[in-house]
Design a protein around this ligand. Structure first.
Ligand code: MG
Length: 177
């Protein structure tokens, strides 16, 4: 049962993913969660994220944002980036994962979902058999308390780490050095 929460890959951040390798493997689109994946919850984009999108587009991959947050939040995030988005996405419900790949004009198996939450981003992607990558959620250094859901995620992740057959299912797409 737990395996529906297991990501294909688990990496530290969106910045250490080898997007060119994904492209060379035949993937055509990346679907990003925003909050605590690309930026801290509620923050606008920053130069590093703007550059990341430029680099990804240059490789030839399409991108779309899939967020459970509202229009206003996403539009302020998008100041310097020209990327389509779906707000109020209701993840992990799968409807908007399918809508996202339709908007990118690709198939579910040609997309990779990247997000920080097992119960929304990853579970939803697994439910439609879409490859996915978990990133460590962004926290502030002085942030001590974590919620109950993060505790459950931690337990699931330690089970995942013992289950080698579910790891590196995209063939280790982490940038080296
Ligand atoms: Mg998130």
């Amino acid at each position: 049962m737990f395996k529906s929460f297991y990501p294909y890959e688990h990496v530290d951040s969106v910045h250490v993913i080898d997007y060119r390798k994904l492209y060379n493997m035949g993937y055509k689109g990346i679907i990003f969660d925003i909050d605590n994946t690309l930026v801290h919850h509620g923050e606008n984009s920053n130069p590093a994220v703007d550059q990341l999108f430029k680099d990804i587009h240059q490789i030839g991959l399409k991108t779309i944002l899939l967020s459970n947050n509202c229009d206003e939040r996403i539009e302020s995030f998008l100041k310097n980036i020209d990327v389509p988005f779906i707000s109020n996405a209701n993840k992990p419900k799968t409807d908007n994962y399918y809508k996202a790949v339709r908007m990118l004009d690709i198939n579910v198996t040609e997309a990779v979902m990247v997000g920080d939450q097992l119960f929304t981003d990853i579970y939803g992607a697994n439910s439609c058999r879409m490859p996915n990558i978990l990133v460590n959620y962004m926290r502030y250094d002085d942030e001590e308390k974590i919620g109950i859901r993060r505790h459950v995620e931690k337990s699931l992740l330690s089970l995942y780490k013992k289950n080698k057959s579910y790891q590196n299912r995209l063939g280790d797409i982490q940038l080296k050095g």
